[in-house]
Design a protein around this ligand. Structure first.
Ligand code: HEC
Length: 153
């Protein structure tokens, strides 16, 4: 085999191998401890998450007793449960991916989420408890499979 072909093969193998390396900013290996859903429910109220969110079992509040300005739904029946990582990211970096099903101008200003930033006031335990509470509020929506008539060629 010609030397140049061997070099080419080596280059392909090496580049494929380096492609598998985990990027330094990857979330791989990131896990937070299990939270307590009951404590999370209390945190949801004490952090006034219910000023902007409606969720089953907790009343929404507003500063003036009128209809709350924002009412982004959390929990409920979904076709895919939000993962732990997605929920944590939604809380500590809300603008990373804006909630779908809402017009952008309703939930953000200039592409930045209207959600309050809690990163300097919330402890890790409060965060993990909140996520455990939120996850317990999502239910998988069981959709009916379409029945296809039998087909005889
Ligand atoms: C000032 C209003 C406001 C407050 C207070 C607020 N949020 Fe939000 N939140 C939003 C808005 C607006 C969105 C939708 C835009 C986005 O995805 O960031 C959102 C999105 C979310 C999402 C993602 C929903 C989805 O379907 O993707 C989660 C989870 C969430 N908030 C949790 C919380 C929790 C927990 C608290 C309390 C610690 C809280 N929020 C407090 C306004 C708020």
């Amino acid at each position: 085999m010609a030397k140049s072909v061997i070099y080419l093969l080596m280059a392909v193998v090496l580049s494929a191998a380096s492609g598998c390396a985990t990027a330094p900013k990857s979330g791989k290996g990131f896990t937070l401890p299990e939270g307590d859903p009951q404590a999370g429910k209390a945190n949801f109220v004490s952090f006034y998450c219910n000023a902007c969110h409606r969720i089953d079992g907790i009343d929404q509040v507003s500063s003036d007793g009128e209809k709350p300005e924002l009412s982004v739904a959390l929990g409920g029946e979904v076709t895919r449960i939000e993962t732990y990582g997605e929920l944590v990211t939604s809380i500590i970096n809300p603008s990373h991916r804006l909630a779908k099903d809402y017009p952008v101008e309703e939930v953000s200003y200039d592409g930045e989420s209207k959600m309050v930033n809690y990163n300097d006031v919330m402890t890790v335990t409060e965060l993990t408890d909140l996520v455990a509470f939120l996850q317990s509020k999502y239910k998988l929506f069981e959709y009916e499979l379409t029945e296809y008539p039998q087909y005889w060629p």
